[in-house]
Design a protein around this ligand. Structure first.
Ligand code: PEP
Length: 257
């Protein structure tokens, strides 16, 4: 069975001192757990050099929360995938719901970001998920399928194999209200089916769950057959809590009833 993957999304939090403390505690705590999963933290661009310096000799990887749709040019304020790759970035989030909502990112823009990452060898983490209204209207599958296939249509499947999907119901992000393990598993199984029907070479694509994951609910979520790990926002800012989530990726005995 492939290792699970746990990624932190620090959002726009942190500072040199706080990051340093958090990373030191994470690295010290992760040393004993590293066999069980892959771990990374997606930091604000300004702190990439700090993350690289502190993590380069460890098993913890680092990533960014967004990159430009463009390769290079007159795009004030943007950071390209190539620039991120110069700092050893392993992962880049693409299409996080906060980017889709506050920055008007469309499926086409997200697909371009995924493509830019693949071009330079960064693993894109494609975020998909429905709003509460969409869930209540019974449109969850339709929404996540549209968001996922917008990317698949743009890339040959050989390339697409190198990305990660994160199912993040918008109503669960930062609200303290996680999807239940069953709700998440249902959507993950559906996403797996969409990937499989697109190409058998996509069957190994990891599908992470994100949305109010904490050490206390991670066990149950990670026990689900189609949940390959987590994308963790708020809880990744607390090293102990994040380590507790990492710990939950160990083989365990939670019942799946
Ligand atoms: C996120 O930002 O991707 C996220 C899942 O946030 P939180 O864990 O805080 O809900």
């Amino acid at each position: 069975m492939p290792k699970k993957l746990v990624l932190g999304n620090w959002k726009m939090h942190g500072g040199i001192q706080a990051n340093g403390d958090r990373l030191k505690r994470l690295v010290a705590g992760f040393t004993t757990r590293e066999a069980h999963c892959d771990v990374g933290v997606c930091v604000p661009h300004l702190y990439l050099a700090q993350a690289q310096e502190m993590l380069k000799a460890t098993s913890v990887r680092w990533g960014v929360q967004d990159i430009s749709t463009h390769e290079e040019g007159a795009y004030t304020g943007e950071v390209s995938a190539r620039m991120a790759s110069e700092f050893g970035v392993a992962y880049a989030l693409a299409g996080h719901s906060e980017r889709r909502t506050y920055h008007g990112e469309t499926d086409e823009m997200v697909a371009a970001k995924v493509a830019r990452c693949l071009d330079v060898g960064i693993v894109p983490v494609l975020c998909v998920g429905e709003t509460l209204d969409e869930r209540e209207r019974g449109e969850t599958r339709q929404v996540v399928e549209r968001q996922l296939t917008a990317i698949l249509k743009m890339r040959p499947t050989d390339d697409a194999r190198r990305f990660v999907v994160a199912y993040e119901p918008v109503w669960a992000i930062g609200t303290g209200r996680s999807a239940s393990a069953k709700q998440a598993q249902d959507v993950h199984a559906f996403l797996r089916q969409v990937l499989d029907s697109w190409s058998s070479s996509l069957s190994s694509v990891a599908i992470l769950y994100g949305g109010s994951v904490k050490a206390s609910n991670a066990d149950e979520l990670f026990a689900m057959p189609d949940i390959d790990g987590g994308l963790i926002g708020g809880a990744s800012l607390d090293a102990n809590e994040f380590l507790g989530i990492i710990e939950a990726t160990q083989p365990h005995t939670v019942s799946q009833s």
